[in-house]
Design a protein. Structure first.
Length: 357
């Protein structure tokens, strides 16, 4: 990555300098273009390098305020519904109908995030047909974590500036590049970042996304898929298999609301836990780590250091025991011809003993 260390005391605060030295990461020189093909910032060395605002970040933007409102709706629906779900589980009989729905929507949410949001739209790890692109877009939106288009732009920013000022959900910096550590850093990376008063500059990280008809369609119709995933489909499952309104309501609370909260927190552990705890197989630019527990819970995304080292790969495992269930699904789709040109990690790469630090 073309980057240079900013002279201490010139554009860094003392705290930034101390943190940079501690985590031993270079600062990005300043505004530049994002090269989506290579996940790189192409720096423009000019006076703007002196800017305090990290590259590609818009402070106090109307977009950030709009996103806060949107996240507030998601958060209220999911959390109030989860409280009701807990009360329901304690006071009402629940069984195969509700919990099979929870398991089913848990898996579709993980695939929606891992395969659709992340590996396909985020990194182009494989190619597929237009109908499949729409199907993946619906799957992505059904995770209930917001617009796929915004997600991809945010994710490009995360890869371009991993664990440096400008990364939107690092445990080491807030969205404006202010150093964080400890519990505050963890909380910011887990969920707090979503309520930062700044947003991703789409002129830099959104390049090409606005021309993608499927992503724009997904963005425009995202509320339809959110309510389908949160209420309509769980209710249909509950009523269809249980035959009573009690089953319908119980399934909405457990497999709609509570499933969305559980999966959101597991997915968010990629930003927090997987940048703090685990082993590093590769010398990637950030502090990303492979975490076995997260990988098992989230169907393969937790091999996060492998991913940062090979972001374009459809598989995240470097050795056989790094189980990546999402890749098994991609491989299955490839075998039946629904996806093709699947990119994979170089064979044998990083197959040595994992390094703890
Ligand atoms: Zn990461
Ligand atoms: Zn990624």
């Amino acid at each position: 990555m073309a980057s240079k260390t900013v002279k201490p005391g010139k554009t860094e605060t003392v705290a930034q300098q101390e943190l940079r030295e501690r985590v031993d990461l270079p600062l990005v020189p300043g505004p530049g273009d994002y090269d989506a093909e290579r996940d790189l910032i192409l720096p423009k060395a000019h006076a703007e390098a002196e800017e305090k605002v990290p590259m590609g970040v818009i402070p106090n933007s109307p977009q950030a305020k709009a996103e806060h409102k949107e996240f507030l709706v998601y958060t209220s629906f999911k959390n109030l519904g989860t409280l009701a779900a807990i009360a329901w589980i304690i006071t009402q009989p629940t069984g195969a109908v509700e919990w099979s729905a929870f398991a089913f929507f848990y898996v579709t949410t993980m695939l929606g995030h891992n395969m659709a949001h992340h590996r396909y739209f985020g990194h182009g790890a494989f190619k597929t047909s237009t109908p499949m692109r729409y199907a993946l877009a619906i799957l992505a939106q059904s995770c209930g974590i917001g617009s796929a288009l915004t997600w991809v732009a945010n994710h490009r920013r995360h890869h371009a500036l991993t664990d440096r000022p400008g990364d939107l959900h690092s445990p080491f910096f807030d969205g404006m590049g202010k150093p964080l550590q400890g519990r505050k850093g963890f909380a910011h990376a887990q969920l707090g970042w979503a309520f930062d008063d700044c947003s991703t500059d789409m002129a830099i990280y959104g390049k090409g996304l606005q021309d993608d008809k499927v992503l724009v369609w997904a963005h425009k119709t995202r509320w339809v898929w959110f309510w389908m995933s949160g209420i309509v489909l769980p209710a249909a499952w509950g009523y269809g298999f249980g035959g009573t309104w009690q089953h319908a309501l119980g399934t909405v609370l457990i497999a709609g609301c509570m499933r969305m909260v559980v999966t959101l927190h597991i997915i968010s552990m990629l930003n927090s836990v997987c940048h703090l705890k685990g082993y590093r197989r590769y010398d990637s630019p950030g502090k990303d780590r492979n975490n076995v527990i997260v990988a098992l819970l989230d169907m393969g995304e937790g091999w996060h250091n492998n991913h940062h080292a090979h972001p374009r790969s459809a598989n995240n495992s470097a050795v056989w025991w790094e189980i990546d269930m999402t890749y098994w699904v991609i491989r299955g789709l490839e075998m039946v011809g629904l996806v093709w040109d699947v990119k994979r990690m170089p064979k044998g790469d990083g197959a040595g003993a994992p390094r703890l630090f």
